[in-house]
Design a protein around this ligand. Sequence first.
Ligand code: ADP
Ligand code: ZN
Length: 215
Amino acid sequence: MAVRHVIIIGPPGSGKGTQAMRVADKLDLKHLSTGDLLREAVSEGTELGKKAEEYMKAGLLVPDEIMLGLIREQLDVLEGGGWMLDGFPRTLPQAETLAELLAGKDLAIDMVLLIDVESEEIVGRLTSRRVCGDCKAVYNLSMLPDGDESVCEKCGGKLVTRPDDREETVRRRLKVYEEQTAPVLDFYRKLRGVTEVTGSGDIDEITAEIIRGRR
Ligand code: ADP
Ligand code: ZN
């Protein structure tokens, strides 16, 4: 059976966004990242962005009612095609509402994918992540020749730390994940099973394992 509707879940810094992009491309699915949509809204200064910004900077989840409005809009866009949901659902109420929305459209989830990484590895990864303020390219501090003085090798832009990648905020995001997103995994475990892949190691290998493990 072709895999058309996929949900990808993982702690912050698990590489779920990277894998979602790669797997969506391979399986010809549209990649929908709520984190990307929110960051876009923040940088454009829209009403949604203004509401979401403070929560995101603090490492907290954006309230369900805002997220549900956003996903309702997007599901209409996604109707008819295959998709990979990245960053949604992140709370039990979001998962329950998504189930209702999909049932109403006669759509089913074909795969729930968990990319798992240990907390201490995550803290190390995120606090050493730098992003280009212009083209959004992602780097790791350990790979930058001039450390925090380095510039983007793609566009020459200034490299910055995402406000939610500060250590204190990373630890809060991990706590939020344990408290609010882990129950979503249990929900799907009971409902249909979850495909689990470790997010440590070579990026290409992880992608290959996901593709092999699809069911
Ligand atoms: P990460 O997985 O690295 O935490 P994302 O890019 O998926 O990052 O999301 C960034 C931030 O956007 C989250 O920390 C949260 O504040 C907000 N966000 C994204 N998706 C949701 C959601 N479904 N519900 C609530 N907040 C969300
Ligand atoms: Zn750049």
